[in-house]
Ligand binder design. Structure first.
Ligand code: SF4
Length: 698
């Protein structure tokens, strides 16, 4: 009688956005499971979110507002009331805004992917103040930009259709760890006879289970795609009718790839020319036979200097062979643009003041280390005086971490953090505000890995004095004296306007109905580009992009090499000869689950995978403590000597909380703030390092 089942949505930064069922007994959540009726979730949650109750009821949950009592970085706080917290924040922000509101920076990302607890009431608040805008680039903007130039929007093959593909290229991702429900479909396709191919410099859990694994050097995927195109065109493995009708710039592309022979490509990618020939022919011949061939490209390929171009080049492949004719053919990077989101209605950019003396300023979240340390200047604008951080943990996540920490340690910076736990970032806060978890608030979700809107109903009352982000910004708006009616919108109001119900894709969107049903599939065709209709300016798949030319980029597919590699930075490589990548640790999901003991126990301690030859050269044995270093910083980890990584490359599974690592550091000590070719994104996998046994390292 006292037990009920609540429909919920997984809020985390994962393409799967699972529909969940939460069992609540006498006000307490006692069980959580995947909704068996939701087609994408199919009753399965990953190991991380299966422990969501451990996270929600964690003894270290932040339950009350706190104020700092020790030096920044030490994480010493004392409890205060909401009234004092809100008054203090409002007073400090008013003071900064009186000088220049652009000195206030919101800093947020995908700590929750919900449209209500993400950028709705929060952005109304920051727009109304006239705060700096935040360029939210930390994860996906390079690839997203390259994909949009080529195909027009972040959309593509429906994940559910992959079961019918005969050949699947899993390119730059490890879905076993971070796209589980796609992986379930890929395995089903394999059972039905499909060939799975992993393209990844690292032999990940996924690559181990594919029939074929190709391991190009980090940052060379765009060259590999050019080599594939060369073979497809050279051997006439093309769908000429599709190319003629639905693509733009084929002749220029033909010229461009003419000298991307398998031999040249192989030399750049560090693989055999025969592998390139064989895979390109397998792809083209399967398509010629009329079989569905599909590519699941993921964000791993776009974390190097030429990352945007790499995704663009890969996105050209399906149009060449006419793979889009099949529902199970094509490519998927993200389904995010399939959703008719009403961003402006939620965020209200019209609230921003128009002051010609203070043109709007945008700060890039990926260079926050440098930007927090920057003085005022005509180019930069005012020095950053206040940061409000929510749904993010930049001190652990942002690149070149030592600089980020130095910036946050500035005594004259006023920092507020909305959080569930005392993270690496909260240690630098002036005021901490306890935020609710997904079980304690309402939300509605689009996703970037399937085509369902998913509803989240609150399952339990907020713990302690925690409040939803939306409510915190509502209260702050009231303290600031903002009296526009939009600040009185409830979470239900926000959810009701999250999607455009007049758009054919979400026709009939009705928040009250969806919160009962749990989810709703978008109304989009199974084979979205079978007859062209790409949302590009030409309506075609653009091998040639005039927009790119106007944006100062090469309008044709090209190879943009990594900044830090033996080939492009030989002097640097003499000192730091090993390329480092830092893909997601299976049980962490960025930094969200690192403090959940059972999951951290599974991962043990920070480790570094190193090839046996590289280890032997350095006298490193499996299990040794090693020091990884470059000019930006240093970090210690336990060596795992393994041929899962290429010679010349090390792998640092991430992202550890710095304070939970023995040396108080993580791999982002070593990453750089250099940006990608497009999308202004970080280059997390474009890093040269050296490794030494910890007792011999400097
Ligand atoms: S993290 Fe991803 S796979 Fe895990 S429950 Fe959430 S949406 Fe599903």
């Amino acid at each position: 009688m006292n037990t009920r089942i609540v429909r919920a949505a997984c809020p985390h930064d994962c393409p799967d956005t699972c529909a969940m069922l939460v069992t609540v007994e006498r006000g307490k959540a006692i069980a959580i499971q995947g909704d068996p009726d939701h087609p994408n979730t199919a009753g399965v949650l990953c190991t991380k979110v299966a422990r969501y109750l451990e996270r929600t009821y964690h003894p270290e949950r932040l339950l009350y507002p706190m104020t700092r009592v020790g030096p920044k970085g030490q994480g010493r706080f004392t409890r205060i009331g909401w009234d004092e917290a809100l008054s203090t924040i409002a007073a400090r922000l008013r003071d900064v805004a009186a000088r220049d509101p652009r000195a206030i920076i919101p800093y947020s990302y995908a700590g929750t992917m919900g449209m209500v607890q993400g950028e709705a009431m929060s952005m109304r608040f920051f727009n109304r103040i006239g705060a700096s805008r935040l360029d939210r680039t930390i994860c996906s903007s390079a690839g997203g930009t390259g994909y949009r130039y080529t195909l027009g929007a972040k959309t593509g093959t429906d994940t559910e259709q992959f079961v019918n593909a005969k050949l699947i290229l899993i390119w730059g991702g490890n879905p076993v760890a971070s796209n589980l429900h796609f992986w379930m479909r890929a395995q089903e396709a394999k059972r039905r006879g499909a060939t799975l191919v992993a393209i990844d410099p690292y032999r990940s859990l996924t690559a181990e289970k594919c029939q074929l694994h190709i391991a190009p050097l980090p940052g060379t995927d765009s060259a590999l795609a050019l080599g594939f195109m060369h073979v497809l065109i050279r051997d006439d493995l093309l769908d000429h009718d599709y190319i003629d009708r639905y693509t733009l710039g084929f002749e220029q592309l033909r010229e461009r790839v003419a000298d991307w022979t398998p031999q040249r490509t192989a030399a750049i990618c560090g693989i055999d020319a025969g592998q390139i020939e064989a895979l390109a022919r397998t792809y083209g011949e399967a398509a010629k036979r009329g079989e569905p061939v599909a590519i699941r490209v993921n964000y791993g390929v776009q974390r190097t200097h030429g990352g945007g171009m790499a995704v663009r080049n890969i996105a050209c492949l399906p149009a060449l062979v006419g793979a889009w004719r099949h529902a199970a053919g094509g490519v998927l990077l993200s389904s995010g643009d399939s959703f008719p989101k009403q961003v402006n209605r939620l965020e209200r950019p019209d609230l921003a003041p128009h002051d010609p003396r203070r043109p709007p300023r945008t700060v890039n979240m990926s260079t926050i280390g440098d930007d927090l340390l920057r003085e005022a200047s005509p180019e930069f604008g005012p020095r950053v005086e206040a940061m409000i951080v929510y749904n993010a943990n930049p001190v652990a996540v942002a690149p070149e971490s030592a600089k980020v920490a130095r910036g946050f340690a500035r005594e004259d910076l006023f920092t507020v953090v909305l959080e569930h736990f005392r993270t690496d970032t909260t240690d630098y806060a002036d005021i901490l505000l306890p935020a609710t978890t997904q079980l304690e608030h309402a939300d509605v979700h689009a996703t970037y890995g399937h085509l369902y809107i998913v509803a989240n109903n609150p399952a339990i009352e907020p713990l302690g004095e925690a409040k939803p982000n939306s409510e915190i910004f509502r209260l702050l708006a009231a303290r600031m004296g903002f009296d526009e009616p939009c600040f009185a919108d409830t979470d239900d109001d926000l959810a009701a306007h999250a999607f455009d119900a007049t758009d054919p894709r979400a026709r009939g969107y009705d928040w009250q109905a969806i919160r009962q049903a749990g989810w709703m599939k978008l109304n989009v065709p199974d084979a979205p580009f079978a007859q062209g209709g790409f949302p590009t300016p030409s309506g075609k798949c653009e091998f040639y992009s005039e927009r790119m030319r106007k944006d100062g980029l090469d309008p044709l597919p090209a190879y943009i090499p990594p900044r830090e590699s033996r080939a492009t930075a030989p002097e640097l490589a003499k000192e730091y000869p090993l390329a480092m990548i830092s893909p997601p640790q299976r049980n962490f999901l960025n930094t969200t689950f690192v403090n959940v003991q059972s999951l951290r126990d599974t991962e043990g301690e920070p480790h570094l995978e190193i090839h046996p030859d590289d280890a032997a050269e350095r006298g490193i044995a499996d299990g040794d403590l090693v020091c990884v270093f470059n000019r930006r910083g240093t970090h210690r980890a336990r060596a795992r000597v393994s041929d899962a990584t290429r010679k010349g490359m090390v792998v640092a599974p991430s992202i550890w909380w710095k304070k939970l690592a023995p040396d108080g550091k993580n791999a982002n000590e070593l990453t750089s703030q250099s940006l990608t070719d497009m999308g202004r994104a970080p280059t997390f996998y474009d890093v040269l390092v050296q490794v030494a046994k910890a007792d011999t390292a400097h």
